[in-house]
Design a protein around this ligand. Structure first.
Ligand SMILES: [Mg+2]
Length: 269
């Protein structure tokens, strides 16, 4: 099965469905809370529907693990898990702030370390990241590699500070904040992880413990296949189950040396 082709097509369908909705009142209409706990917006549901429709058109039977609809089976004999956050960065999308993506990950078992194929599509730009286990990461058909930078003073780091417990968080990140100048948070974690994969930024940290595995399923493989690293704060692999309610804290960096340096900073607090 040409999974890369199918996921690329699904990403395109999702984009075509949601772009006309950006900026409309309809996009914002809310129908209770999604499986991940966030308000379920019209635009999120339409994105998920476009993905499901594309997979069904290819006669794929699957179990969907979605931030919006939760866990649902399509077809008679599901052969794989399709883990998705149809729109990561809904707030950005609704405001027309051009940083958001759609994530799709395929696996035989519902675990973060079992992803075999992944796609993350930039919603506002003509950019799709795809990865296949042991076959590398590609950005619009071009192979990508992560950064080799290791000096903290020169790195650009994404950090998700989006929590009420921000004071607690900055204490833990103190050493990193002291030694770096360039901190960013762009508002769509899966896409920020793809930016680590292709060296646009050098690292991304989310130690809130709030991010769902559905958010990073695709990006985790994209990171690893680009030669970058992603791990728990104890430097162990991410092996969490894929579920809209399972959360994860992690650090992702462009190379093993930078990974060690940043983990050490986190430990020294
Ligand atoms: Mg979402």
């Amino acid at each position: 099965m040409d999974w890369i082709g199918i996921l690329t097509e699904a990403s395109k369908q999702v984009k075509q469905t949601i772009m006309p909705l950006v900026g409309t009142a309809l996009a914002q209409e809310t129908y209770g809370r999604g499986a991940g706990g966030d308000p379920k917006k019209h635009i999120d549901l339409q994105a998920e529907r476009a993905l499901v429709k594309t997979l069904l058109n290819h006669e794929i039977s699957f179990t969907l693990i979605s931030e919006e609809s939760g866990i649902k089976t399509y077809g008679e004999h599901p052969t794989c898990y399709v883990t998705t956050d149809p729109i990561d960065g809904t707030t950005n999308t609704l405001r027309g702030l051009p940083f958001a993506c759609s994530s799709i990950a395929i696996s035989k078992i519902p675990r973060l370390d079992a992803i075999e194929v992944a796609a993350v599509a930039d919603i506002f730009h003509e950019v799709v990241y795809v990865a296949q286990k042991n076959l590398g990461t590609y950005r619009n058909q071009e192979r990508v590699e992560s950064t080799q930078i290791t000096e903290l003073a020169n790195v650009v780091i994404g950090i998700d500070f989006n929590t009420w417990k921000v004071a607690e968080l900055t204490k833990k990140l103190n050493r990193i904040l002291l030694h770096t100048k360039h901190i960013r948070h762009l508002g769509a974690n899966a896409l920020e992880l793809c930016y680590v994969a292709d060296g646009t930024i050098d690292a991304f940290i989310d130690i809130r413990g709030k991010l769902r595995t559905t958010d990073i399923a695709a990006a985790a493989l994209i990171i690893e296949e680009a030669g970058a690293r992603i791990s728990t704060l104890r430097n162990t692999p991410l092996t969490n189950i894929l579920s809209p309610t399972e959360t994860v804290a992690f650090i992702a960096t462009g190379n093993p040396q930078l990974h060690q340096i940043m983990l050490k900073c986190l430990k020294q607090v």
